[in-house]
Design a protein around this ligand. Structure first.
Ligand SMILES: Cc1cc2nc3c(=O)[nH]c(=O)nc-3n(C[C@H](O)[C@H](O)[C@H](O)COP(=O)(O)OP(=O)(O)OC[C@H]3O[C@@H](n4cnc5c(N)ncnc54)[C@H](O)[C@@H]3O)c2cc1C
Length: 397
């Protein structure tokens, strides 16, 4: 490849302006690197965006962001956005963890509203399921150890001291090979308390008999301890603010520009080629596009793709797709009797059956529903409300 065929040169090129690409570009620009962010769409955000229909501006995706936390007890996501990137936008705390509605095993209905906060969650579980507090408390303690252990492993950059792991995080090691259901059973948690505590399972997209306890436990504990947050002005608000922040930090952004090729030579990145035919020289590419796209289409020449990359991609299953009904309603939430922000509504208590239901093109038996007004009262004109109902589907069960 002749060196003079490049039209420009950057320290780093980021492919895609989704959450991942925007935060990567802001971080690189913040470190003083000459950074170019290229996005094929005409907007920043990827999934984190908004769309307008009539009087309503809908939030397409982010129901609640985990590991965010209040300003006085920041989670990792808030630390990244505010402390490291310097983003200054408004975030709203979601009022409750969730309302869960499922049929119970005796033909009635379990209908519970669960709060954030460890003590609050335990006492609410005890109120709904008397006698459940000790096992719920133990479960939350185990989840806390998982979070601490994962934090330690991250800090040690994948090279943890075995003595620390076995000494401080022995329950993390003991539970690591087990599923969520196995841990719940080992703790002898009452059946209905199990149903209440596992409501977030659909966020991971695996039923409780198959999902790793470690993965669920870390997510659950973050929601419980840090609460959940949403952007005040939909995801489009903060992704536009990130665009401005990247420019303030000296980064450059081009929309309507798809990266067609990542140019490589002798195992090294040399540059990229865009849909406009520009060839840009760089030694560092960060891709927000999926690994399948990077390894199957973008890396050029194909002979430079490492075998391990294909193996990693092929080892993966295709995740769930979301099917969402967005409703702009001409009644207020109070008039409609919608009192909570976040609802999980399942037609059967067995998550395995719901999971299998997500593999068929039939009427959904599980949904997550959000009423945005119950977190942001003025998100739609007075006397109206915004409700979104999400279910999942995959053809790769
Ligand atoms: C219905 C729904 C509900 C959700 N709810 C939540 C929630 O409550 N909480 C939560 O945390 N997450 C939620 N998510 C997930 C969350 O929205 C996504 O995980 C996140 O936004 C993905 O960000 P990303 O940067 O990884 O990828 P993406 O948003 O997919 O961004 C990738 C970007 O790269 C661009 N791109 C790709 N290829 C190229 C190329 N060759 N050249 C240039 N640009 C390219 C794309 O156009 C896109 O803008 C939800 C998702 C959905 C669909």
């Amino acid at each position: 490849m002749p060196q003079n065929s490049f039209t420009a040169e950057y320290d780093a090129v980021v492919i895609g302006a989704g959450n991942g690409g925007l935060t990567a570009a802001a971080t690189l620009a913040g470190k003083g690197m000459k950074t170019l962010l290229l996005e094929q769409h005409n907007l920043p955000g990827g999934f984190a965006t908004s769309f307008v229909r009539g009087r309503f501006e809908f939030e397409p995706s982010l129901h609640e962001i985990s590991d965010f936390g209040p300003a006085e007890d920041k989670g990792n996501v808030r630390k990244l956005l505010e402390d490291r990137i310097g983003l200054n936008v408004e975030w709203i705390r979601v009022p409750e963890a969730y309302r869960l509605i499922i049929p119970n095993e005796i033909g009635g209905k379990l209908d519970v509203v669960m709060p954030f906060g460890i003590d609050e969650f335990i006492s609410k579980a005890e109120e709904y399921v008397p006698g459940s507090a000790p096992s719920v408390k133990k479960f939350i303690e185990l989840c806390g150890e998982v979070v601490d252990a994962l934090g330690y492993i991250a800090e040690s950059k994948g090279n943890p001291d075995k003595k620390v792991l076995t000494g401080k995080y022995s329950n993390f090691l003991k539970t690591a090979p087990y599923t969520l259901q196995q841990v719940l059973d080992a703790l002898k948690m009452p059946y209905l308390a199990q149903k209440i505590i596992t409501a977030y399972w659909c966020y991971i997209g695996m039923d409780v008999k198959d999902v790793s306890f470690t993965i669920f436990g870390a997510m659950f504990h973050k929601y419980l301890t840090k609460g959940a947050y949403i952007p005040r002005y939909r995801s489009h608000g903060y992704t536009c603010a990130l665009d401005m922040r990247i420019r303030e930090l000296g980064g450059e952004i081009q929309y309507n520009t798809r990266v067609e090729k990542i140019l490589t030579e002798n195992g090294q990145i040399r540059g990229i080629e865009t849909s406009h035919g520009d060839r840009i020289k760089t030694g560092l590419v960060v891709s927000n596009a999926s690994p399948h796209l990077v390894y199957n289409k973008l890396i050029h020449p194909k002979s430079e793709v490492p075998d391990m990359a294909y193996k990693t991609c092929n080892a993966r299953k295709v995740g769930f797709s979301a099917f969402v009904v967005y409703l702009g309603l001409d009644k207020s939430p109070e008039e409609l009797g919608i009192n909570e922000y976040s609802y999980f509504i399942y037609s059967t208590p067995d998550t395995n059956d719901i999971y299998k239901g997500f593999c068929t093109l039939n009427r959904p038996i599980g949904q997550a529903t959000i009423c945005l007004n119950n977190a942001i009262p003025d998100c739609s004109p007075q006397g109206t409300s915004i409700v979104s109902m999400t279910t999942l589907f995959t053809g790769d069960c």
